[in-house]
Design a protein around this ligand. Structure first.
Ligand code: URA
Length: 464
């Protein structure tokens, strides 16, 4: 329906609804180079101000999904449930949840992204295990899922290319923070990745994309509506990101913490979030009939519909009986990783330079600038500012004290790990000498209060 695109810009600018045909045409023509960037940036701003109805968002999502390759997981028996987090600091949940869910016999075919911005993405975490391959053909990926019930790889470059193009435009036009555009961006990639059902971890707080609970809830509702509208049952969990998840931030530091968790020794907050997300995935996968029924060898309890709470119990059981840990090792070995590192995590390289930040007063940790921690970890080498940057797998921060913890003068609040080829083995940032550097910034990223702060929930709401 080629025509004057400016008419659709005006319609949206004035609060009108675009037809399905207009939306599909917009994406097709933009990808074909028939709509110039200046017009698309104007349309994005019109959407930013005028919003979109659920129907418009769903159509936009499906048009972006259809712009590239779509993974067809139908040849893998069983119900495939995907999990996606809108991001946070210290989020190593995929490394833990994937093996838990696979240990139940639910197939896990998961593609994750690389980090750009501050801390590394899930792919960077996997790659901190020497030898682990995240880059493989679709055939090899499927083969691993068939053989081991699980494969955790990097995202193919061909999923939803229209989202990639639009995101690049949003990034430079001040239109990233539009709920319809965020919802369609995330869901276009999730739908293209082929799972039957989707669990969304929508993080909220000062380390998350959404800082405000009402906006996070709105985003979650929109994404659930898109998933359901596309015939993929979707559940969103609103989880707290007002402090890093767990203690470790940085790639091999997070892998080591994930290994602890898989042995049942994870920090309380990480345990709660992992069990909740895994429990929801198990619940969604259970009770299916026909081709989606749990494959041979799966936990027999999956034959019946399990509640979320029963799913959590099953997830806990898979940690307690060691089967999730065995599955984790199977994943690492099957993807070329050196299993000796995960069996003996002391083999992982430790950053040559480190320092400790200590409490200078008595009290309780009352506030944490979570994004500040993420940015600091990035500067230490745990993340990349440009695609070409090389990650230092051992760089990052271990936060020993979290919100609500009591501290006394001299207690170590955090250990900061970085690399410095010039001074191997020596602390790079020595806070006592008041040197400039990451430690100085991190000192401003937490506060010690006299009063113990009131406890906040870790899971605010579940949206179905
Ligand atoms: N993550 C995405 O994939 N897209 C957005 O728009 C925001 C976060």
């Amino acid at each position: 329906m080629a025509g004057r695109f400016v008419d659709q810009i005006i319609k949206k600018r004035d609060g009108g609804e675009l037809t399905d045909e207009e939306i599909r045409d917009m994406i097709d023509r933009y990808m074909a180079g028939d709509i110039p960037d200046y017009q698309m940036s104007s349309m994005l701003m019109a959407i930013y101000y005028s919003g979109m109805s659920d129907r418009e968002i769903t159509t936009l999502t499906l048009a972006m999904r259809d712009s590239g390759e779509q993974v067809d997981l139908s040849s893998i028996p069983g119900m495939k449930v995907d999990k996606h987090s809108t991001g946070g600091v210290g989020d190593k949940t995929t490394l833990i949840i994937g093996p838990i869910v696979a240990a139940c016999g639910i197939p896990v075919a998961k593609m994750s992204g690389r980090g750009l911005g501050f801390t590394g993405g899930t792919v960077d975490k996997w790659e901190s295990i020497p030898g682990y391959q995240t880059d493989m053909s679709m055939e090899s990926f499927f083969e691993l899922v068939r053989k081991h019930g699980i494969s955790l790889v990097g995202q193919s470059g061909d999923l939803a290319p229209a989202d990639k193009a639009l995101y690049a435009m949003r990034d430079v036009t001040g239109t990233v923070e539009s709920i319809p555009l965020i919802a369609s961006s995330i869901m276009s990639k999730k739908l293209a990745a082929g799972a039957d059902k989707i669990v969304l971890d929508v993080t909220v707080g000062n380390g998350a994309f959404m800082q405000d609970l009402d906006r996070a809830k709105e985003l979650a509702k929109r994404m659930v509506a898109i998933g359901d509208g596309a015939g993929r049952e979707t559940v969103a969990m609103l989880t707290d990101m007002n402090e890093p998840l767990g203690h470790a931030i940085g790639n091999n530091l997070e892998v080591k913490e994930a290994i602890e968790m898989l042995h049942g020794r994870g920090p309380e907050d990480l345990q709660e979030i992992c069990y909740a997300l895994a429990g929801m995935m198990i619940s969604l996968a259970s009770g299916a009939d026909g081709e989606a029924a749990a494959p041979a060898g799966a936990d027999p309890r999956l034959k019946d519909k399990l509640s979320y709470e029963q799913g959590i119990e099953l997830a806990k059981e898979k940690i307690a009986d060691g089967s999730a840990w065995e599955k984790f090792k199977e994943v690492v070995a099957s993807q070329g990783g050196d299993i000796s590192y995960v069996e003996d995590p002391s083999k992982f390289p430790v950053a040559p330079c480190y320092c400790e930040l200590k409490a200078e007063s008595d009290g309780y940790i009352g506030w944490i600038d979570t994004m500040g921690f993420g940015l600091a970890a990035g500067r230490l080498g745990a993340g990349r500012a440009t695609k070409e940057d090389v990650i230092d797998p051992s760089a990052g921060i271990v936060l020993h004290k979290k919100i609500g913890d009591e501290v006394h003068v001299g207690d170590v609040i955090m250990t900061i790990y970085g690399g410095s080829p010039e001074q191997p083995g020596k602390p790079r940032y020595v806070i006592e000498e008041n040197t400039q550097g990451v430690a100085v910034d991190l000192k401003k990223c937490f506060r010690i209060d006299k009063e113990k702060p009131t406890e906040q929930p870790r899971i605010y709401e579940i949206i179905r």
